[in-house]
Ligand binder design. Structure first.
Ligand code: AMP
Ligand code: GLY
Length: 424
């Protein structure tokens, strides 16, 4: 069969790598893809938000199955459009992708269905938000309602910071219309864990847990990024935590969406905080994480197309999802200056060092070919250097070893990805 993957990051490279392993797939297209994906798929120069062009392409090439990797097209309703044309597509419809697309929606859903999360209020009026803050306990968390590349969350230690935050989000519109509505949320403390899951509208099966490293600098300093690296599974995601989450968070979320007439099909990524009162939801995403996909998918034993098709068909209960009992670590190589300002177009050398090396993956995030055919940097996050091993410690050592195999000007990485492994 012919598969189209929509997106261009490390996540989509990991998805294409899993799809390429499927015995059922003869041909993969990726729109728009990147220089690494080009080794597995035919990259087509159509942007992820060019819905009409994507639909036309899928029809022209008689694509059997389309996988949407990114949040923006999902929230924008790409799945509805594909379905209306009779095309089979993996991902939530617009009315379900809102689980990620609106934090106010997701908070209200959790409140209504008693799913554990931080206490909060939603605001559309900055004056009301400022008034609320006067009597609120600090630190406090401000969240722009809509998509903001993971950057629309401000943790404020003082009332002054919080007031400035309201101005940034709601008045200066630092995150654009994402800030028309704002959530003000109680500050929680604890360890963060991400859990990815496949969902078919009623059944949910979780994949492995992972731990992200969102800040740009070592020791969790600096600005929030899309993610500078991660490891999977998380040793803090114990059986006890799993039992609690299955009962109080995972299935209840899927049931709540169904009860609201918004059945969710696709991947739900649960961002959890393990607080003293138990696990609570920080956020939902309606797709694989990036780089969560890079540390989870390499260990998936099933044919990914079988699983994804079951999600679309509503037959996930007939499939047993299995993962290799090993560990994976991903260290992101970024362009120095990410997530603010950075240069692009730097030639990347050493990529051939990954060829034929079992357990090592070099997932491309922001790369492209220049006119001479060199692979060059084309984004803030450039490569996700990933290694799998029997233990997390070994996987971390291997991933860091492999970060030395590739070079480019302004190469930047965190040196403490997986430090928490030593505390487990
Ligand atoms: P989110 O995009 O909602 O996951 O938020 C980004 C990051 O902000 C999270 O990964 C947490 O580190 C932090 N964060 C979000 N909400 C809270 C909260 N209520 N309390 C403490 N930290 C939070
Ligand atoms: N790594 C976090 C995300 O994909 O949202």
């Amino acid at each position: 069969m012919k598969v189209l993957v929509v997106g261009s990051g490390g996540r989509e490279h990991a998805i294409c790598t899993a799809v390429a392993k499927s015995k059922r797939v003869d041909k993969i297209y990726c729109a728009p893809g990147n220089a690494g994906i080009a080794a597995l798929a035919e990259c087509v120069p159509i942007g992820a938000m060019e819905f009409e062009k994507l639909v036309a392409f899928a029809k022209e090439k008689a694509i059997d199955f389309t996988i949407i990797g990114m949040d923006d097209p999902l929230v924008g309703g790409i799945v509805d459009l594909f379905e209306a044309e009779g095309l089979k597509v993996f991902g939530p419809r617009k009315n379900a992708a809102i689980l990620e697309g609106s934090k106010a929606f997701s908070k209200d859903l959790m409140k209504k269905y008693h799913i554990p999360t931080a206490a909060y209020e939603n605001f559309t009026d900055p004056e009301a938000a400022l008034k609320y803050l006067e009597t609120a306990k600090m630190p406090i968390v401000l969240k722009a309602d809509g998509l903001a590349l993971g950057k629309g969350v401000l943790i404020c230690n003082t009332l002054e910071e919080a007031k400035a935050g309201v101005k940034e989000i709601m008045e200066d519109k630092k995150f654009g219309s994402a800030g028309n509505t704002m959530v003000i949320e109680e500050f929680m403390t604890g360890r963060e864990v991400s859990v990815l899951s496949f969902v078919d509208g009623k059944t949910i099966q979780i994949m492995d847990s992972a731990q992200d490293h969102k800040r740009a600098g070592d020791g969790d300093t600096g600005l929030n990024t899309g993610g500078m690296g991660n490891f999977s599974p998380s040793p803090f995601y114990t059986e006890e935590v799993d039992r609690f989450c299955q009962e109080k968070i995972f299935q209840p979320t899927v049931d709540a969406m169904a009860a609201e007439g918004r059945p969710f099909k696709g991947v739900i990524f649960f961002g959890l905080m393990l607080t003293e009162e138990g696990p609570k939801v920080l956020e939902y995403n309606a797709r694989f994480g990036d780089p969560e996909a890079q540390v989870v998918l390499p260990r998936l034993k099933n044919d990914i197309i079988d699983v994804m098709e079951a999600c679309v068909d509503g037959t996930l209960d007939t499939i047993k999802i299995e993962f290799e009992d090993r560990a994976t670590v991903c260290v992101v190589l970024a362009s120095d200056g990410y997530p603010v300002a950075y240069e692009k177009g730097k030639v990347i050398t050493g990529l051939e060092n990954f060829e034929g090396k079992e357990d090592y993956y070099c997932f491309h995030a922001g790369t492209k070919f220049d006119e001479k055919g060199n692979v060059v940097t084309n984004g803030g996050r450039v490569l996700g250097i990933t290694a799998t091993a029997d233990t997390l410690k070994e996987a971390r050592a291997k991933a860091y070893e492999a970060t030395e195999w590739v070079q480019f000007d302004n190469k930047y990485m965190r040196h403490d990805i997986g430090k928490a492994i030593d505390e487990a």
